[in-house]
Write a protein that binds this ligand. Structure first.
Ligand SMILES: Cc1cc2nc3c(=O)[nH]c(=O)nc-3n(C[C@H](O)[C@H](O)[C@H](O)COP(=O)(O)O)c2cc1C
Length: 217
């Protein structure tokens, strides 16, 4: 396998150059620009990101999620409160998000506080989900050990019936979280490994609320 791995290319490019001098004073517009560039480049699931958390023992955990929204308040994702990731963020209120857009050689890393949205926002997000997703979320067993497939099939059918019977059915376990960033790093890969990295760090000392720092590759 080592030979196979060594034969694989990474960061082959060609990539655009990242002109740090032209970067905005806050990370949000730059993130929007990079996400839009990824969408325009036809990158599949450009809104997929890795959410990293730690559990109560300090053991790291990570999984891919979908970015549900983005605004001045932060980066949003949705899940069920009964999931391990939810328990982890409820315990620590901290997380990191990582985006990688391979054809563009771009990575964005975000670290910050995790804050749950109001019950109203969580419920309207739940209502917007397709019937099958709502039924699955109502089961509320995400990441439990599955011992009996029939239990899953029956449970899903039962929840689907509930949703179809009452399309306004609420799910108090459904939650939308936002990551309020303390740091956002934009990483533009370079084929010669002279990667260009710009980190925004939240601060009280500037009127924009952010300082920009260039990082060594
Ligand atoms: C492309 C992709 C998108 C996903 N989107 C979500 C999502 O938006 N919410 C979610 O709870 N799980 C999503 N998942 C599943 C998670 O990766 C994970 O398996 C699940 O949430 C259980 O994680 P946990 O045990 O750490 O709580 C997605 C997986 C993939 C591969």
């Amino acid at each position: 396998m080592q030979q196979v791995l060594r034969g694989l290319k990474s960061l082959a490019g060609p990539f655009q150059s990242f002109v740090i001098a032209a970067a905005p004073e806050q990370p949000l517009p730059l993130f929007q620009e990079w996400l839009q560039a990824a969408i325009d480049a036809g990158i599949a699931e450009a809104h997929a990101m890795t959410l990293s958390t730690v559990d109560e023992q300090g053991m790291p955990d990570a999984r891919v999620l979908i970015l549900k929204n983005l605004d001045e308040q932060g980066w949003y994702f949705a899940t069920t409160r009964r999931s391990p990731k939810s328990k982890q963020v409820e315990a620590t209120h901290k997380a990191a998000l990582t985006f990688y857009w391979q054809p563009l050689g771009r990575q964005v890393r975000i670290r910050g506080e995790v804050i749950a949205a109001s019950a109203q926002v969580c419920q309207s997000d739940f209502q917007e989900r397709p019937v099958g997703s709502r039924a699955g979320a109502l089961l509320g067993r995400q990441s439990d050990v599955l011992l009996n497939e029939q239990e899953l099939i029956n449970g899903l059918a039962q929840q689907r019936q509930r949703v179809e019977h009452d399309p306004t059915l609420a799910n108090p376990d459904w939650v939308v979280y936002r990551v309020e960033a303390h740091e956002v790093e934009f990483w533009q890969g370079d084929t010669e490994r002279n990667h260009v990295r710009l980190r925004y760090r939240r601060t009280e000392s500037t009127n924009t609320g952010w300082i920009k720092e260039r990082l060594w590759p």
